[in-house]
Design a binder for this molecule. Structure first.
Ligand code: SAH
Length: 334
């Protein structure tokens, strides 16, 4: 429940709004997972809450730590036994968590591990929040940045994701600024149009991965519903409405989308847009045959983009020894 919902809910038993504020703060600022810990709430109210409400938590099924860079990958078990993964990364500016938005994924990008075991269900706002709260408590650190780049397609779980964003940025809870949050989509255009109307200051990332429909449709089925022109038009509109720079993700796949020709085609498409390109040497997924482009290929690609005036960087790979990198998260490790 948002704070407003909680206020309305306890008003039904005659409780004052400030009580809701206290409860909300226990849950979302202090991340307690039992009503007993709410020490400034009367015993009577605590037992009423205990009987009529529940606190959704997730438990740590497995935890892996990268020996290369300290990245931590969690396998979380949800209340109904389903499994999801989240990753915590340490940067100079603090800790970032990569959260999942669904159990599995139905987008079917063929280089990604997240959809291999199919789609089960959406995560509730609480289940997205609890990934952050549980990791934060386990590591005894404060997480300051969030990327919605774990398992699932956030814009395919639109309402729950928006509610999560509002709650995680609420000043009565974790108060994480929208500017510290990135949301990545494989190109659900209907969702991009809805999202721009929310006028949030978050960073929108688009998983583009190809400069033309021929390559994109072969690797990303979503392109059959919304092709590149439709997607880029939505992005242009998004920039116009929000005045925020868009980040395009482009996995460099050896022999598939990494030629100089591809770089030129990509540059022409993005010319003049307020955007940034993130090149990601494709990560291995054991069920798939793709390999990453080599260093020279990536440098040549980036040089062409820069020649055309497109900002681009190569994303640093973290957690590769524990399958915690982009595209490697899944619905439980079988
Ligand atoms: N469904 C959303 C959120 C997932 S974000 C989306 O597609 O954007 C995960 C990112 O990793 C996406 O950009 C995805 O395309 C990318 N990715 C998937 N498989 C990958 C792989 N094998 N190597 C590198 N990046 C990959």
């Amino acid at each position: 429940m948002t704070l407003e919902e909680l206020k309305a809910s306890i008003a039904e038993i005659g409780e004052k709004p400030f009580k809701a504020g206290q409860i909300y703060s226990w849950l979302h600022k202090h991340n307690v997972d039992s009503f007993d810990e709410m020490t400034n709430i009367s015993k009577d109210l605590r037992s009423y809450l205990e009987k009529n409400y529940y606190i959704l938590t997730c438990s740590i099924e497995k935890k892996l730590i990268s020996v290369y860079d300290g990245t931590v990958k969690y396998l979380f078990r949800l209340h109904d036994g389903e499994l999801i993964e989240s990753v915590v990364m340490k940067y100079k500016y603090g800790y970032t968590i990569c959260v999942s938005s669904q159990v599995g994924c139905r987008m079917g990008c063929n280089f990604c591990a997240s959809g291999i075991a199919g789609f089960i269900r959406n995560l509730s706002p609480s289940e997205i929040l609890s990934q952050i709260y549980t990791a934060q408590k386990d590591l005894s650190v404060r997480i300051s940045h969030i990327v919605m780049m774990g398992v699932g397609e956030p814009l395919d779980n639109y309402d729950n994701v928006i509610k999560f964003l509002k709650m995680i940025s609420d000043e009565n809870g974790q108060n994480i600024g929208m500017r510290n949050i990135s949301l990545s989509t494989c190109g659900v255009v209907s969702g991009i149009y809805k999202l721009m109307e929310e006028k949030l200051q978050l960073t929108l990332s688009i998983s583009l991965h190809a400069p033309n429909d021929e390559i994109r449709s072969k690797t990303m089925p979503v392109n059959n519903k919304w092709n590149i022109d439709t997607l880029i038009n939505a992005c242009k509109e998004y920039i116009k409405v929000t005045n925020r720079r868009i980040s395009f993700e482009y996995a460099m796949i050896n022999g598939v989308n990494d030629s100089d020709e591809c770089a030129k085609e990509l540059a022409k498409r993005l010319k003049g847009m307020l955007c940034h390109v993130n090149l990601i040497p494709v990560n291995s997924v054991k069920e798939r045959k793709y390999t990453k482009s080599n260093r020279e290929r990536i440098l040549s690609f980036i040089n062409i983009l820069e020649k055309y005036g497109i900002n681009a960087t190569v994303r640093r790979t973290l957690g590769s020894d524990i399958n915690a990198s982009c595209g490697q998260l899944r619905r439980g490790e079988k």
